[in-house]
Design a protein around this ligand. Structure first.
Ligand SMILES: *[C@@H]1O[C@H](CO)[C@@H](O)[C@H](O)[C@H]1NC(C)=O
Ligand SMILES: CC(=O)N[C@H]1CO[C@H](CO)[C@@H](O)[C@@H]1O
Length: 113
């Protein structure tokens, strides 16, 4: 009985996000002017990379599906910025958003790069 309740408890409690994962996300955002959190198989991420490549923007990418802390880091982004999907693109410490946000800035005076 106790065991069952314990299992239900763990299923309901959201993923614990370690301080290390939060710090890693913040460090990447702070130390890279243009920072993209991505997943290697995600087509929208590829589209964003293509646009940044074509416009000559120097950016840093972390593929969250390729690193141990990736899920936690995604949780940390969700917790602080409310963005749950990838790509999550940051410029000078601020969240730009995802691929559609990036694409819609192209050819506008708001293009930050
Ligand atoms: C973007 O450029 C990088 C570095 O040159 C390259 O490895 C990557 O394949 C390019 N990605 C896309 C989607 O164009
Ligand atoms: C260009 C680049 O990759 N700059 C930095 C991005 O952030 C990481 C983590 O702090 C640094 O190691 C890189 O030098």
């Amino acid at each position: 009985m106790f065991n069952t309740l314990w299992n239900i408890f763990f299923a309901l409690v959201p993923l614990a996000i370690s301080p290390e994962a939060k710090a890693e996300v913040q460090k990447l955002i702070d130390s890279n002017t243009t920072m993209m959190f991505s997943k290697s198989y995600c087509p929208y991420c590829k589209a964003s990379k293509k646009l940044l490549n074509e416009t000559g923007v120097d950016y840093k990418v972390v593929e969250l599906d390729k690193i141990d802390k990736g899920l936690e880091m995604q949780g940390a982004i969700k917790e602080k910025w409310g963005q749950t999907t990838v790509p999550a693109i940051f410029f000078k410490g601020d969240l730009i958003g995802g691929n559609s946000d990036l694409q819609s800035l192209k050819n506008t005076p708001k293009w930050p790069f």
